[in-house]
Design a protein around this ligand. Structure first.
Ligand code: UTP
Length: 290
């Protein structure tokens, strides 16, 4: 039987070195795209997939992420008193059902695999989604909802994949591809950050996963991989042959907001569509590209 997917883990314990000094005293995941922090995009996407329970894997200096999901009594009371209804409404998505949100600590950033292992009590035996908040996916249907739809058909692990330029395979987890129907791809193998000449394909995993708890027993060995980090990709690779494993070519556009250029592109992509900002943004673009 395929268990329904209700849980999501959001690892946010990385150091965010590419955004220093901005991330010296604030988490990367609180950086806004237009007026919404990266973490909120991920929560919205997960909720749109029917996910009801959230676990943040945090680290030192990340407490503002937990405060963000609290009730801001004074602020809300002041906004109400002043009749600032739209500002009050903007706060609504950052409120959480009591008991639906937990945070665990990754004391040292030993890698994404280690971060997920830190959430083992939350995960238990259940399937779970992982969303890396520095990837934003702009799509009609939530990217995680697309993964859940595939998972409900195939069971097992389903990861979101996209083609990357061959010379960039050394930045990503790359698939060794089996049967491929153009949308759903059977995963025969996985390699973390292979050199272009060693890469089995140019199909890369983005920061969206639906996994069964089988991966946890491999993570619990805490074996180090590429970059001397505990790699999620290595643990997932060990489940191949034991649980169904598919890559889904999702519909939508991914913005890698962990990277400065990707972050700036996201600002444009999201602001240009806004009724309150679109015209101004188009004018700026004309001015600076003339
Ligand atoms: P990144 O590879 O983007 O690393 O992590 P980073 O530390 O966030 O950023 P840079 O490269 O130094 O600029 C991908 C995701 O995995 C999480 C990060 O928070 C991010 O969401 N992560 C990574 C952890 O939670 N723990 C880790 O040990 C490593």
């Amino acid at each position: 039987m395929i268990k329904p997917l209700k849980k999501a883990v959001l690892p946010v314990a990385g150091l965010g070195t590419r955004f220093l000094p901005a991330t010296k005293a604030m988490p990367k995941e609180m950086l806004p795209v237009v007026d919404k922090p990266l973490i909120q995009y991920a929560i919205d996407e997960a909720r749109a997939a029917g996910i009801e329970e959230f676990c943040l894997v945090t680290g030192r200096g990340k407490d503002s992420l937990i405060d963000y999901f609290d009730i801001a009594y004074e602020l809300q009371a002041t906004l109400k008193e002043r009749g600032k209804i739209s500002a009050l409404e903007a706060l609504a998505p950052s409120s959480m059902e009591p008991g639906s949100f937990v945070a665990v600590r990754q004391q040292e950033p030993l890698g994404l695999g280690h971060a997920i292992w830190c959430a083992r009590s939350f995960i238990g035996e259940d399937p779970f989604a992982i969303l890396l908040p520095d990837d934003i996916v702009k799509s009609e249907k939530s990217c995680v909802a697309q993964l859940v739809e595939a998972y409900n058909q195939t069971g097992g692990n389903v990861v979101a994949v996209t083609e990357v330029p061959r010379e960039q395979t050394n930045r990503y987890g790359i698939l060794d591809v089996g049967v491929d129907d153009g949308k759903l791809v059977e995963v025969k193998g996985l390699v973390e950050k292979p050199k272009p000449e060693d890469a089995p394909s140019n199909l890369s995993i983005i920061g969206r996963y639906v996994l069964t708890a089988d991966v946890m027993k491999h993570l619990s060995k805490l074996e180090r991989g590429a970059g001397n980090e505990v790699q999620l990709t290595d643990a997932m690779a060990k489940t191949i042959g034991h649980v169904p494993f598919h890559g889904l070519r999702y519909e939508g556009t991914r913005y890698d907001c962990g990277d400065k250029a990707g972050f700036l592109e996201a600002q444009i992509a999201f602001s240009i569509e806004r009724p309150d900002l679109g015209d101004a943004v188009k004018e700026f673009l004309k001015k600076y590209t003339a």
